[in-house]
Design a protein around this ligand. Structure first.
Ligand code: FE2
Length: 387
């Protein structure tokens, strides 16, 4: 994997050439900080044993050799020689062009609209409960598309907790460990009525928001009541393609969200509707008309344009060309990445019954479980997950 190494700039950096001819530079201080020897990292858990302050600020590479696929570097003034695996260096290259476009998405995800069709990630509850590879394929689909459906689960209260337990833990909130979604006479939340709901992300008034939501069907004989999902990242991409300024307004100014629907609860947050990382990566969407509070962080000069952008973003989200719709049968459930995918419910009539249970969980746990299985069993392609 390593074919050549050159020390640059008096040892402050070096350049390695990988098989195929690609040349990448690394800084001496970066290499020293990321060494994997047993005096820098604990052999058991891999955690770093030293702080950056332990490493001399004037660290340079005084000697560099390639031996058996490893890069052996001697660091001065410490006078220590440490080996680096060529594959590790290749996987951690940072000497590459910066992304300039705002709103880019990481390569592990694929944005979608109504044409997603049969590629909905879905699996049988029994399969993912008993087969790690089947679980990994389904979780990889959730990572890629931001949602997934699970069929054939038990029809009994609290079965949704078993879905969360497949990959992590329930996140308890003021709504409880889980909540009932069915018509109530005096609802504490409009979700507990038969009204249709505009596509939304849940609980944008929390900080952090619940990053996953599971909705599990126990009864569904009412007319209507289909569920739909919309990819908020695709909606943000569409807004960007149509009107870059509108996209910028929704990313650079914070919206405000609030929920004070029950005694003793007053949840508030201040976050943009479309959230970018500092390098422009699209990392979150918050959209919920029911809990949007007065926006007071947009200058007067930009407020009219901000509202036009907000309106257009909502129109894109409401566009039937964006939605994937399905009706859940008892024992079926779906999970959404609540930082990305909006969900909605069509209105339903009082005839028959509709009873779902919902709960929240955390995406980091899902991604951790998936990564652990993948490293144990080898990476499983998303194309397999869609089968
Ligand atoms: Fe919801």
């Amino acid at each position: 994997m390593l074919t050549d190494v050159d020390i640059l700039d008096g040892g402050k950096s070096l350049a390695v050439t990988l098989t195929g001819g690609a040349r990448h530079r690394f800084h001496a201080i970066w290499l020293r900080d990321n060494a994997w020897d047993d005096k820098t990292r604990a052999p058991g858990n891999g955690q770093r044993l030293i702080t950056l302050g332990t490493i001399p600020a004037d660290t340079i590479v005084s000697k560099a050799d390639i031996k058996s696929g490893q890069l052996h570097l001697t660091f001065a003034p410490e006078g220590r020689t440490i080996a680096f695996e060529g594959a590790w260096l290749a996987a951690n290259v940072y000497d590459k062009p910066c992304r300039q476009v705002h709103g880019w998405t990481c390569p592990e995800i694929e944005t979608w609209d109504a044409t997603l069709g049969s590629r909905i990630p879905q699996a049988e509850f029994g399969d993912v409960s008993s087969d790690k590879a089947a679980l990994a394929r389904w979780l990889a689909g959730v990572r890629c598309y931001g949602f997934g459906k699970l069929n054939g689960g038990p029809v009994k209260p609290e079965a949704l907790l078993g879905v969360a337990a497949l990959f992590g833990y329930v996140r308890e909130t003021n709504y409880g460990r889980y909540f009932e979604v069915r018509t109530e006479v005096n609802p504490t939340n409009l979700a507990y009525t038969g009204l249709g709901l505009q596509a939304h992300t849940d609980n944008p008034y929390r900080d952090p928001v619940p990053t996953l939501q599971i909705l599990y069907c126990l009864e569904n004989s009412a007319k209507g009541g289909e569920n739909m999902v919309v990819d908020g990242f695709r909606a943000a991409e569409r807004l960007h393609e149509e009107d870059a300024r509108a996209f910028d307004l929704l990313t650079k100014y914070c919206a405000r969200f609030e929920y004070a629907g029950s005694v003793g609860v007053r949840l508030r947050s201040r976050r943009p509707m479309i959230e970018l990382a500092p390098d422009g990566e699209l990392i979150g969407v918050r959209f919920n008309n029911r809990s949007a509070a007065a926006v007071v962080d947009v200058p007067f000069e930009d407020m009219a344009d901000y509202y036009a952008a907000y309106r257009r973003f909502g129109e894109i989200i409401d566009d039937p060309a964006m939605e994937v719709t399905f009706k859940l049968s008892p024992g079926e459930s779906f999970i959404v990445d609540n930082t990305r995918v909006l969900h909605a419910r069509k209105g339903y009539s009082g005839a028959g019954s509709r009873w779902l249970q919902g709960c929240y969980a955390d995406k980091d746990g899902l991604l951790s479980t998936l990564a652990a299985i993948e490293s144990e069993c080898g990476a499983l392609g998303v194309s397999e997950a869609a089968e």
